[in-house]
Design a protein. Structure first.
Length: 172
């Protein structure tokens, strides 16, 4: 039982950031502007990508919201994922070289995102929010079509990064 608990704890810690073979490492953090929202108000979330590695790292400026890009997952108190009618789906336009940010070690870039509480939950209660980030650009496209420099680039091939979980209370 202790071994299982240790394995679960390690899996949770490693989910916060992903390292690549070249030593680059990207992390994502989620936070909310408030701990409680009304079901009839907007929820405001803050997302931060941080270069947690020891070398410079290129990331796309656009987050690319939607399935297999930047996804927000919401779970109820029983651990079941909440499903609503809302579907966040944004396909960013083809990027230009100026659509990338060079993050030095320890630097970060973030954005705000919000929406009606009913886009995230179906009713009042306690919920956990988590974000999964996957770059929408492939390494091949960035290097070949865009002629990106040889600086490490956080591409789709590097996998999905999962943020910390935050708890929010939704009132009536």
């Amino acid at each position: 039982m202790k071994r299982l608990s240790l394995m679960v704890a390690l899996a949770c810690l490693s989910a916060l950031s992903v390292s690549a073979q070249d030593g680059s490492k990207l992390g994502i953090t989620l936070r909310s502007e408030q701990e409680s929202y009304s079901l009839h108000s907007d929820i405001r979330l803050v997302f931060v990508r941080e270069n947690q590695g020891q070398q410079d790292l290129l990331v796309p400026r656009q987050w690319g919201w939607g399935v297999m890009r930047t996804e927000i997952h919401v779970f109820d108190t029983k651990g079941h994922e909440v499903r609503t009618d809302f579907l966040a789906d944004e396909l960013p336009p083809p990027p230009q070289p100026y659509d990338f940010i060079l993050l030095q070690p320890g630097e970060f870039v973030g954005t705000h995102m919000g929406g009606a509480a009913k886009e995230f939950v179906n009713g009042p209660g306690e919920y956990e929010f988590v974000v999964e980030y996957t770059s929408y650009l492939s390494e091949h496209y960035a290097r070949e079509a865009m002629k990106m420099p040889s600086v490490p680039f956080w591409s789709r091939e590097r996998g999905t990064i999962t943020s910390n979980r935050i708890k929010l209370r939704i009132t009536d």
